[in-house]
Design a protein around this ligand. Structure first.
Ligand code: SAH
Length: 464
């Protein structure tokens, strides 16, 4: 099994720093499926190629299989076709590169570089391969590999179910590796191991920043989680927090049989949360609204669709989030009267900002858990103390509910710094209200569990 990664960024040998593997040496690793080697077939100033070669040991693969005596266990494609074993090797061998970390070249790790990736044998058809990689910004060349030594006209003549894949694009090395880590097993669609409970965590971590907006996210999630529906439903619900609008759209562009299955049967938690926030805003009669930590604009879209909200301001520290929000709102194409209702500002909520004063209500939907706890008092001072809207609405996960997400072992999102129990949230809300001159009431959002409460908790603070 072979994968190569080439860059023409200069000096190209910096690739060695990003992968933490010196170009002058051959690096070997003993893995459960066999031995992985990293070596550099070329390492020059202008062009450098790192190769990951996984030498699969069929003996090791065979052990533990119930049908270990059939010929199929000896004669199969597993040693050659890129699959979850190659993805596992990538994760083991290039762990810090996958996380975007580089001790020696941190700026380069954060920078998109000209890359070419080649996987000479991969199970999958060219059309699906393109559907998976093109939306991520790759140019895809996937050439079917013909069956050799089969005379034309023979029933087995023609192409094999394998392709020779080349991806070219300008990408961060970490993004490229994460795309491969998730999509190689998705294309192969035959996981060699039973899907372990932490697979959802791995998928969410590797898919961060690209999977939630991917047009094939349902297919990717289902296949990655080996078609275990309950796991896929949980993963989609957690992914959909950042992109509620696409998860509910049927994946009608997909020719894959899986697209025929129902996607998410009930209203997603993200939708229920958005509706609960809108209902609370109506209840207090807010017309000028701040969406603090607006992210990709899930709430802003709903606010814009409702004329009762006359002035809508989205604030986020991330310029990328604001760009996404502007795209989702189609700001450029809105008629003037509509566009004038919306503003998007880049600002950090832990600093006072005079522009945020004079609003009826501020929403912090799934934001506080992204701050390190020692930074929370700064947010309280700038939102409740300085901006001082009449109403503040805060939503956050209820950690007690996490046991209901099969397959989730950590927090719901890799960027969460904490997730609170109902008691912890209530204590925080009460102390903020007392200190800042607000009253507060706490509600649940989503289908409640009798013992563990609702999936999302919401506090509505009113001033005075
Ligand atoms: N409210 C959105 C997004 C939640 S994700 C939704 O519910 O879909 C959390 C968002 O908070 C991210 O977009 C992140 O960039 C933003 N954020 C985190 N810390 C912030 C800070 N200190 N100042 C401003 N925004 C922040």
């Amino acid at each position: 099994m072979l994968l190569t990664l080439t860059t023409t960024h200069r000096p190209a040998t910096d690739l060695g720093y990003l992968l933490v593997k010196h170009p002058d040496r051959v690096h070997s690793f003993d893995l459960p499926a066999g031995t992985a080697h990293v070596l550099y077939p070329e390492a020059g100033e202008e062009r450098c190629t790192a190769a990951l070669l996984l030498d699969v040991d069929p003996q090791r693969l065979r052990s533990g299989r119930a049908d270990a005596f059939t010929l199929g266990q000896y004669v199969n494609d597993r040693p050659y076709a890129a699959s979850s074993m190659l993805a596992g090797a990538l994760n083991h061998v290039f762990r810090s590169a996958l996380r975007g970390r580089s001790k020696d070249r941190p700026e380069l790790a954060a920078e998109p570089l000209p890359l070419e990736i080649r996987v000479p044998v991969l199970r999958g058809n060219p059309e699906l391969t393109a559907r998976l990689f093109e939306p991520l910004g790759w140019s895809v060349s996937a050439t079917p590999i013909p069956l050799d030594d089969v005379p034309a006209g023979h029933p087995l003549s023609g192409d094999s179910p394998y392709v020779d894949l080349t991806l070219t694009g300008t990408q961060r090395v970490a993004d490229a590796l994460n795309h491969l880590y998730v999509l190689l097993p998705v294309l192969d669609d035959a996981k060699h191991y039973w899907v372990a409970p932490d697979e959802i965590d791995k998928l969410l971590r590797s898919g961060e920043g690209w999977l939630s907006a991917h047009p094939e996210k349902v297919l990717i999630t289902r296949r990655y989680l080996a078609h275990r529906k309950s796991l896929a439903t949980t993963a989609l619900e957690l992914l959909d927090r950042s992109d509620p609008d696409t998860v509910d759209a049927p994946a009608d562009t997909s020719a894959d049989e899986e697209a025929e299955l129902p996607v998410v049967r009930k209203r997603s938690l993200a939708e229920q949360r958005r509706d609960a926030v809108l209902a609370a805003l109506h209840e207090v009669g807010a017309a000028k609204v701040l969406d603090l930590g607006c992210g990709g604009g899930a709430l802003l879209t709903a606010l814009l669709a409702d004329r009762r909200f006359r002035e809508i301001t989205g604030v986020d520290v991330s310029s990328r989030a604001l760009e996404m929000a502007a795209r989702r709102l189609r700001l450029e194409r809105l008629p003037d009267r509509q566009r004038e209702r919306v503003k998007l500002w880049q600002s950090a909520l832990t600093y006072r900002d005079d522009r945020l004063r004079g609003y009826d209500a501020a929403v912090l939907m799934e934001v506080i858990e992204h701050l390190d706890p020692p930074r929370l008092p700064a947010l309280e001072a700038s939102v409740f103390g300085h901006a001082k809207p009449d109403v503040v609405i805060v939503t956050t996960p209820n950690a007690e509910y996490n046991v209901h997400y099969e397959g989730l072992s950590g927090m719901r999102h890799s960027d969460h710094r904490f997730e609170w129990t109902r008691r912890e949230f209530a204590r925080w809300a009460a102390s903020v209200a007392t200190a800042r001159g607000y009253t507060v009431d706490i509600r649940g959002v989503g289908d409640e569990s009798a013992t563990d409460g609702p999936p999302t908790q919401m506090a509505v603070f009113r001033r005075g």
